[in-house]
Design a protein around this ligand. Sequence first.
Ligand code: ADE
Length: 290
Amino acid sequence: VGTRAALATWFEPRRSLYPWRGERDPYRVLVSEVMLQQTQAGRVVPAYRSFLERFPDVAALAAASRADVLRAWAGLGYNRRALALWRAAGEVVRTHGGPLPAEPAVLQGLPGIGPYTAAAVASIAFGRPLPALDTNVRRVVARTRLGSEAHEVSTGRVLQAAGSWLDRADPGGWNQAVMDLGREVCRPAPRCDACPLARWCRYRLAGRRPSSPPRHRPSDPFEGSTRQARGRVVAGLRTRRSGTLASVAVGAGLSLDRAAEVVRVLVADGLVAAGPAALAGRANGRVRLP
Ligand code: ADE
């Protein structure tokens, strides 16, 4: 109907905007979706290209060492996602014997793959008619179809509204179009004058406007966080075979105690290997990528 055609027309120039657009290979779609989960598209582009050059298919990724995968993940952050992707590749090769499964329920059983990623891969790579509900898509669907903000309605209602709105002729394109719309136009503070759906939007037709979002964050919550410290420790180890706890601490700008604490968490997550001395917090203890 009107909204689907209007959205498809708006999406047309965006169909070839990124290297993963138009991609149907399920492994490549999975790699792009995992990378895009928390990293901006512009920063994903070079990492996506080099990662696929290094690990062109699921078998190549499954056969790689954890250290190689973590090195190829440089620039993306959230290193645990890289390990989950690597584990997923291993499971696919071992239990499914090759290509990625098309069944969303089976995809969701793989490490690091939740409902969003399963629906994204199933719709984009396999044409399954499933809405991929990330934060942006929830907001667009809640506003345009239900006249509400996403937090005012249940996930079930959003899912149902998205499922009946979805373009069954092109579920993957539809999902990516709604994602783009949510990121570029139907933002928390929406740009309705640029919206292809404005004349059908129930939120707008009801005369609603979002209550103004906070103007700025008083401080960056990432600064000084454990996630930042973890990222710096892994980043420091990418370039060399191994280091002492002291050199890791200096490289990451952490105290020896804090570095030891972070290393213990990274070891528990399988992101770093460390000898007993390093785990005990001794300066000359050895630390490396696994
Ligand atoms: N965010 C996550 N995956 C995306 C995709 N395929 N297109 C646009 N935005 C996304």
